[in-house]
Design a protein around this ligand. Structure first.
Ligand SMILES: [Zn+2]
Ligand SMILES: [Zn+2]
Length: 253
């Protein structure tokens, strides 16, 4: 299996380096594949062409290509407060959206072409024009909530959390009432959309999305929640959780 993965990574890298010749493939540790080097790109949006070079590091997760690479900009040009997570990984979009996009075409070249170059283009464009070219989600949990609200066409964070709870708990039943409040059962409402999301990421990742959303909510919105709206696994973890370890979680116990 590992030999197969290695062959696949080499094959994908050959395709990538054919277009982006400043990149190199190596292993930081056995099985920990990374691509680093200069990424030179030229991209055009609404008659604005940007050509630039960034020093990047692509980290291929253990389960690559079942999960997308993580990417860091290592030349010190992108400030940490510009869509960068606490580990230094660039936030290319809502995690579920990045996964869905990557899984459509799970190779390095389309990942760089579609997701990385548009991120770097946006950064350069923002620096020059003071606004993002393709619109922008908030960063972190707030952006995740905005993404799902838009996807589900709901305005309410409670409806969104109710739908995500089904994914985190793996509790989909077509005849249950849809938590969006339409009065229809899931099968005739958000069911098909939820079923489309299920293969994109694990229950655990939906749980992480919910946690990020919860941490971003205002006190007022947290007060509107009750225990039944939270995933079972999250409640189980909160029971064993000590508030001194993580103050952000203490807010919604
Ligand atoms: Zn962000
Ligand atoms: Zn619904």
């Amino acid at each position: 299996l590992d030999a197969g993965r290695e062959t696949e990574i080499h094959r994908q890298f050959d395709e990538l380096v054919h277009v982006y010749s400043g990149l190199a493939l190596s292993q930081d540790a056995p099985g920990r594949w990374v691509v680093r080097g200069d990424l030179h790109f030229s991209a055009t949006f609404e008659a604005v062409t940007i050509e630039d070079t960034f020093v990047i590091l692509l980290l291929l997760p253990r389960d690559y290509p079942s999960s997308p690479p993580m990417i860091q900009e290592t030349g010190g040009r992108i400030p940490r407060d510009f869509h960068t997570d606490p580990n230094g990984n660039l936030c290319l979009g809502a995690p579920v959206a990045v996964r869905a996009r990557f899984l459509q075409n799970p190779r390095l070249l389309p990942f760089v072409n579609d997701l990385v170059v548009s991120f770097l283009f946006s950064f350069c464009y923002f620096q020059e024009h003071g606004r993002m070219p393709f619109g922008e989600l908030s960063h972190g949990g707030k952006g995740i909530l905005e993404y799902y609200q838009d996807l589900f066409h709901v305005k309410d964070h409670l409806a969104t959390l109710g739908l995500l709870k089904i994914l985190a708990d793996d509790s989909y039943r077509g005849h249950f009432a849809c938590p969006c409040g339409s009065g229809a059962n899931l099968r005739r409402c958000h069911g098909p959309q939820l079923r489309g999301l299920m293969p994109v990421q694990s229950n655990e990742r939906f749980l992480q999305d919910i946690k990020a959303v919860l941490c971003s909510l205002s006190e007022e919105n947290i007060k509107k929640l009750n225990k039944n709206m939270l995933p079972k696994e999250l409640l189980r973890r909160l029971e064993t959780f000590s508030p001194t370890n993580d103050r952000s979680k203490a807010k919604y116990i």
